[in-house]
Ligand binder design. Structure first.
Ligand SMILES: Cc1cc2nc3c(=O)[nH]c(=O)nc-3n(C[C@H](O)[C@H](O)[C@H](O)COP(=O)(O)OP(=O)(O)OC[C@H]3O[C@@H](n4cnc5c(N)ncnc54)[C@H](O)[C@@H]3O)c2cc1C
Length: 802
């Protein structure tokens, strides 16, 4: 065995083998995979191998689509059989909500060219004659659906990687991983130690144990999962063609043809965790005792639509473990706390996602960054809040509720609350409906008297539609107060603070007492952060998206000098409040110990101020509402006093509590982009329309070279108003021009004072028409949409400057 390799991949399941394949395919052939037993000795050998591509969010769909294609590449170009059955897939719709959900996915998937459409019940029956369609009200056809043989597919990745020069050592368990001072790794096995630049943890069921070797905990929890295989079914024997993959999302079941019988798998409505405290090291090619009772409900529901299942004998029952992250999505990417340590863990659907994960991780390792925005799967989306208990509660909830729809803006009840703001009880008393993000509770809207303080779940206009608009109007007409702690906050100080910040931010740093907005670019010029930077004299305060804080930490650490810069993540140390509206200035003025009229404390000024009776507060004159506004950051202990003081003075001025949904609607009226929706690393600063914040002439900064040579934009951001009537526009809907899909809605909603359905989105650059009448697809129908080249509200920005 060699004693060095550029990358050591730990684990030879489908994910590890795919990572190895993609590294080799992209030219890194000095790569090695270590497997403790035979390849596929975790979840991979007993998987059902079912494939589907119509999923959300879009990045996940792209990963599924790519993986689907890669089986063709392995079979046709590399001569490696995967047992690939390209049968198409059929989604069963029993309710209108399921039809709506499929219609929305169909629209979202147009962006990627993934083909799916509704078919009649007669057509469904033709494609799958085993169906009894009397329980169905609709059927959705996925062109790219099917299944692979799990062992063949895993071995195909491995063999193709070997062909290109990668090495694989079976029966070689990794027993320790230790990091050297230069960030490289020693990977210890009984057969010797390998010195590697990077480690990839692809240890599947043992992802936690392998992570602990490097001193980190990953939020992962194994669960049991059942499927059964029936004896031959005469109806199938006589068919003469293969049945499609059949997904019955509302009953958490999936089925496909296996030989001349059927395979039926289920996300049991009562799930069982397995090996909660640690996966046994001696567990191998084994199954767990089956317990078909737990899928009784799923089975009965499946018999309703596939009666032959009830008549066929059961040939085999599989109860195998797999391992999940809290939200059941993979945990991938460089671990934020360790250099050169790449996670490829918690992969729930490895045969759908493994190819995509291999591609993205090879891009990340070789090129330093992924080519698509993969935040929804990034290991850095979970912080310390993701404890074992949290992971257990979340995996139970999402597994058992897998058959439920996911509605726009839905907040899930599991594992809550984790962390609260100091004024949480005051917000609750005022009728707040809470959401959660990165483990913290935030007020989303306030239920007026007589309205239930709970979201109604619908794809159409929910119960909070009008209350949120009313909150927005209060901000436009008087003043609104937002609890604003959910921001990522960093303090930067030290002799070289300005030099360092200037090097990683694209805008020119603000002068003392001022603030600026700045994108942060990757080496390749993608937008990977969007911040408010305030120069507070003795330090800089950097404010950005709360959920991204570990992603930012990871990026900052890459460039942080050893000395003379002190960087502190103060996201949870400082609380925040934000007041905005025409009366905001008067309200703050009553508390401030200095003049804060618009001449003394101008738009985009920032200062530490003493607020009477409160103490020192960092005040930023800026607002995401488009009104005169102030963001205030202060030690957590001081927040309740400031909250009360603002209300005491604000009452006479009509101050009203507002939730974060109102903020999101207000910024739509200003055509302001939001992180993760309009601004993502899928785009460069030019495409996001952020070049006015990128100062190419300021000297060297990360991403400058790439920004200097940006090509023509592939897509352009647009603002539309949509004639959606009683419906709602939420985001991900396809935008059409002349009957063809040319773009998508990145976020949608309702303008509080403009009273219109507003959609921000992107269209292909060659489909941009300043005078164009576009159409937006809602539930399968096209609705007229008007393009606006100016913000709908206060296009000159006089109100926020005033
Ligand atoms: C019943 C069932 C049905 C399923 N059906 C589907 C399906 O239809 N479609 C789908 O996409 N997915 C399905 N899955 C999920 C799928 O099996 C997993 O997503 C996938 O197998 C995960 O692969 P992996 O490579 O991450 O992990 P694993 O397959 O668990 O592989 C990890 C490997 O790491 C090795 N390893 C661990 N520790 C060490 C160490 N210290 N040193 C060296 N090697 C080590 C292990 O021996 C193992 O071979 C199903 C799962 C189950 C249980």
């Amino acid at each position: 065995m060699k004693s060095t390799a550029r990358v050591v991949v730990i684990g030879g399941g489908v994910v590890g083998c795919s990572v190895l394949y993609h590294l080799a395919k992209n030219g890194w052939t000095d790569v090695m995979l270590l497997e403790r037993q035979e390849l596929t000795s975790g979840s991979s050998w007993h998987a059902a191998g079912g494939l589907f591509t119509v999923v959300r969010p879009n990045a996940a769909a792209e990963m599924h689509r790519y993986t689907f294609q890669i089986y063709r590449e392995l079979e046709e170009e590399r001569g490696q059989p995967c047992g690939f059955h390209f049968t198409g897939g059929l989604n069963i719709c029993r309710t209108q909500d399921e039809i709506d959900s499929n219609a929305m996915m169909q629209s979202a998937c147009r962006r990627l060219g993934i083909e799916g459409h509704f078919i009649s019940l007669e057509e469904a029956k033709e494609k799958a004659p085993i169906l009894d369609t009397s329980h169905m009200i609709g059927a959705f056809w996925e062109e790219e659906g099917g299944h692979v043989d799990p062992a063949s597919a895993t071995n195909a990745f491995a063999a193709a990687a070997r062909q290109m020069g990668a090495t694989i050592h079976r029966h070689t368990p990794v027993t320790a991983t230790t990091q050297r001072a230069d960030g490289t790794w020693d990977v210890v096995t009984e057969k010797g130690t390998i010195h590697a630049e990077y480690i990839v943890n692809a240890a599947g069921l043992w992802g936690r144990e392998v992570a602990r070797m490097a001193g980190i905990e990953l939020p992962l929890m194994p669960v049991e999962h059942h499927y059964l295989v029936t004896e031959s079914i005469p109806l199938i024997e006589d068919l003469g063609f293969e049945l499609p993959q059949i997904n019955d999302n509302e009953t958490g079941s999936y089925a496909r043809q296996e030989g001349m019988g059927m395979l039926l798998g289920a996300y049991e409505d009562k799930m069982t965790h397995w090996a909660k405290d640690g996966t046994p090291l001696n567990f191998g090619h084994e199954l767990l005792p089956d317990n078909l009772e737990c899928m009784e409900w799923n089975f009965e529901k499946s018999v309703e639509i596939m009666p032959v299942l009830g008549q066929a004998g059961v040939k085999r029952v599989i109860n195998g473990p797999m391992i999940f992250s809290p939200d059941l999505s993979p945990l991938i990417g460089p671990h934020p706390a360790l250099r050169n340590y790449i996670c490829a863990n918690g992969v729930m659907a490895g045969f759908n996602q493994g190819g995509g994960i291999g591609r993205v991780l090879a891009e990340w390792i070789i090129g330093g960054e992924p080519e698509i925005d993969i935040f929804n799967w990034d290991v850095a989306r979970f912080g310390k809040f993701a404890t074992q208990k949290y992971t257990e509660d979340m995996t139970r909830y999402f597994y058992e509720n897998r058959s439920e729809k996911v509605f726009p803006y839905q907040s899930f009840p599991a594992a809550r609350p984790q962390a609260k703001s100091p004024v949480h009880d005051r917000l609750a008393a005022a009728g707040a409906v809470f959401g959660t993000g990165f483990g913290r509770e935030h007020a989303t809207w306030f239920a007026p008297e007589g309205t239930k303080a709970e979201d109604s779940l619908t794809y159409r206009q929910p119960n909070w539609w009008e209350p949120v608009a009313e909150e927005g109007r209060a901000v436009r007409e008087a003043a609104g107060l937002f609890e604003y702690s959910d921001m990522a906050k960093f303090e930067v100080s030290g002799k070289r603070a300005a030099e360092w910040l200037d090097r990683i931010m694209a805008n020119t740093l603000p002068k003392p007492g001022r603030l600026c907005l700045s994108p942060m670019l990757s080496d390749k010029g993608r937008v990977i952060g969007d911040f408010t930077i305030s120069n507070l004299g003795d330090r800089y305060l950097i404010v950005g998206t709360y959920a991204m804080q570990l992603v930012f930490d990871r990026h900052f650490a890459k460039y942080l000098p050893a000395e003379d810069v002190c960087l502190r993540n103060v996201s949870d140390e400082l609380a925040g409040l934000h007041i905005a509206g025409p009366k905001a200035q008067e309200i703050i003025a009553a508390l401030a110990d200095r003049d804060i009229d618009s001449a003394s404390f101008r738009f985009m000024d920032a200062a530490d101020m003493t607020l009477v009776g409160i103490g020192k507060v960092s005040v930023l004159r800026v607002s995401y509402t488009g009104e005169t506004g102030y963001e205030m950051y202060l030690p957590r202990a001081l927040q309740p006093a400031l909250f009360d003081a603002l209300f005491e003075t604000g009452a006479a001025h009509g101050l009203r509590l507002c939730g974060l949904r109102a903020l999101m609607m207000l910024r739509l009226e200003k055509s302001w982009p939001a992180w993760g929706l309009e601004i993502t690393s899928d785009y460069n600063a030019h495409e996001c329309g952020m070049m006015h914040h990128v100062k190419l002439d300021k000297g060297a900064f990360t991403g400058r070279e790439a920004a200097q040579s940006y090509g023509p934009a592939r897509e352009r951001p647009i603002t539309l108003t949509v004639n959606a009537g009683e419906l709602a526009v939420w985001g991900d809907e396809a935008i059409f021009l002349n009957g063809k899909p040319v773009g998508y809605v990145s976020s949608g909603g309702w303008g509080p004072v403009t009273g219109q359905h507003i959609a921000l989105g992107y269209v292909a650059a060659n489909a941009y028409r300043a005078d164009g009448t576009y159409e937006v697809e809602l539930f399968g129908k096209l609705y007229k949409a008007q393009l606006h080249t100016q913000p709908l509200y206060d296009p000159t920005g006089s109100r926020m400057r005033g």
